[in-house]
Design a protein around this ligand. Structure first.
Ligand code: G16
Length: 543
């Protein structure tokens, strides 16, 4: 086995986005593309010599090949050890847990999350740091800088490593340990949740439908829900991970998890429905006849945490990304704890969790999690809900009705305009930004604008500042609009418009969200001229 030093040149566009580098699979498969990025990652983090790394991915097309490249490059640069999920599979939260549990220096997660997979789909590479969380901006900036100056990379010339067999082998001096991807994660869930109470719930006939969307959570959900907790066989659907996710879009929302929605709104619906995404960090919660928005789910989780084993002692604080609805703030206020508002991206929660300022965090983009790992965690949210329902002996619909009655209902929706011309989308945001100082006091579609600004975040733990994190507007009557460009798309630009209005009149808490938000939607259009500037007459996805 020899170490080869391959000359290369910088490849444009290797700038990590909201969550690592995401590109079309064929771009990643192009000459030197993956290798350049991995070498830049090694260079950006000060090398991997003597370090221990974790490696796994969501099993999408190119996952297996990319894992072999990563191992050969880690060995060529002198890594001490790489801990790999069997067959190079690990859900994102399981990878985060493994990094923490084994005190690794960091990890590489091969995933483009909820984006479709396959040769014509998307691929991604994310670097997580020693706390198990996504690399903070200071680190991703160094990685990006290294991609722009790279001249060579190092790789071992070797046969493929056997990643199907659990055990240890060597590549040069680097130890490669292949581990069961599920076992450690399952142990952690058993520590957090009241498994006997959940078992009793299932034994009493409680029915669940979990859609794994042909993605990574299938084996985890089957092992935990069916094999351990006793959910009926077949409760986990689409449970075998496929490289192209069965040609589906593994994004757990009412649009892409349509089958689950149909199941849960049918006459004989199960008691509880849920789904997770490509890499297992997102979640979707549905009750019989009721879809729970991620923002509401986060608020309900925080409000009911005292009923759930590991959280019964109280929450240190909570955090949400800025565009996430403010339903959580109302719960935090009543619990007398801090509620932090961070930019979009799980990486911003890391410091708050490490510093013990927050216990539970969440985002409107279907991510919820706690200080048990440093990633959002789909199956954790599902188990939290089931544990909550078992403890409270209540249905999802009744729990949400009670929640809204207590705290008010934050009607919420996100409108996405996908693959918009990048120049037009940027111009929309830039022009609106220029007008921000003039907007307070004016009206938009009959609603008066109370405030208009661009969100910037000062991290209270390390003092770093992140600017340009979304344009936000508050309107009279408790309305709010946020506009920002997605940092995870791979085609053109995706404009996200987040719409929210709080309702405290108990008689008006069960309306259709799009109708309840009609005035806010009209105000967003009046402020930003979305139709004319994007050339679209309606959003591509409404969640
Ligand atoms: C990633 C990030 C999340 C973020 C989401 C959407 O999720 O980890 O923090 O909320 O992208 O980001 P954007 O609005 O920029 O597209 P995932 O599940 O894709 O890793």
């Amino acid at each position: 086995m020899t170490i080869m030093t391959i000359p290369t040149k910088p490849i444009e566009g290797q700038k990590p986005g909201t969550s690592g580098l995401r590109k079309k699979t064929r771009v990643f498969m192009g000459p030197h593309y993956l290798e350049n990025y991995l070498q830049a990652t090694w260079d950006g983090i000060g090398g991997v010599a003597g370090k221990t790394l974790v490696l796994g991915g969501d099993g999408r097309h190119f996952n297996d090949r990319a894992a072999q490249v990563m191992l050969r490059m880690a060995a060529a640069s002198g890594a001490k050890k790489v801990i790999v999920g069997q067959n190079a599979l690990l859900s994102t939260p399981a990878a985060s847990h493994l990094i923490r549990k084994r005190k690794a220096d960091g990890g590489i997660i091969l995933s483009a999350s909820h984006n479709p997979g396959g040769p014509d789909g998307d691929f991604g590479v994310k670097y997580n740091v020693a706390n198990g969380g996504p690399a903070p901006e200071g680190v991703t900036e160094k990685i990006f800088a290294a991609t722009t100056t790279i001249t060579e990379y190092k790789i071992v010339e070797a046969q493929d490593i056997d990643l199907a067999t659990i055990g240890t082998s060597h590549l040069l001096d680097t130890e490669i340990e292949v581990v069961d991807p599920v076992a450690d994660y399952q142990d952690l869930m058993e520590q957090l949740f009241d498994f006997p109470a959940i078992k009793a719930l299932f034994a009493g006939g409680f029915r669940v439908s979990f859609d794994a969307m042909h993605a990574i959570t299938g084996p985890y959900a089957k092992a935990i829900l069916e094999d351990t907790l006793g959910a009926a066989p077949g409760s986990v659907t689409n449970g075998v991970p496929l490289p192209d996710f069965g040609q589906g879009h593994p994004d757990p929302n009412p649009i892409w998890a349509r089958d689950l929605m149909q199941t849960m709104f049918a006459d004989d619906a199960p008691d509880f429905g849920a789904a997770s995404d490509g890499d297992g960090d997102r979640n979707m919660i549905v009750g019989r006849g009721i879809y729970v928005t991620p923002s509401d789910s986060l608020a309900a989780i925080a409000a009911n945490a005292s009923h759930v084993k590991a959280y019964a002692g109280g929450l240190k604080g909570v955090a949400r990304s800025m565009p996430t609805s403010r339903a959580l703030d109302r719960v935090a206020e009543s619990l007398g704890i801090d509620c932090y508002e961070t930019p979009t991206g799980w990486k911003f929660f890391g410091n708050l969790l490490d510093a013990g300022r927050a216990t539970i965090c969440g985002e409107e983009s279907a991510g919820t999690g706690s200080d048990h790992v440093r990633e959002k965690d789909g199956l954790w949210a599902v188990l939290f809900w089931i544990n909550m329902l078992a403890a409270r002996k209540i249905s999802v619909a009744a729990l949400m009705a009670e929640h809204w009655k207590t705290f008010g209902r934050n009607y919420y929706s996100r409108h996405d305009y996908e693959a918009v011309d990048s120049v037009a989308a940027q111009a929309l945001v830039d022009d609106l930004r220029k007008r921000l100082p003039d907007l307070p006091g004016t009206t938009a579609a009959g609603l008066s604008v109370e405030s208009a600004d661009e969100f910037a975040y000062d991290d209270p733990v390390d003092g770093s500042r992140s600017e340009g994190q979304g344009l936000r507007f508050t309107l009279d009557g408790g309305g709010r609009i946020v506009l920002r460009l997605s940092g995870t798309g791979t085609e053109g630009a995706t404009l996200r418009v987040y719409l929210e209005r709080v309702e405290t009149d108990a008689d008006r808490m069960h309306d259709d969200p799009q109708e309840a938000l009609a005035g806010i939607i009209a105000a967003a259009e009046a402020l930003a001229g979305i139709k004319q500037r994007t050339g679209r007459d309606k959003p591509d996805v409404i969640t």
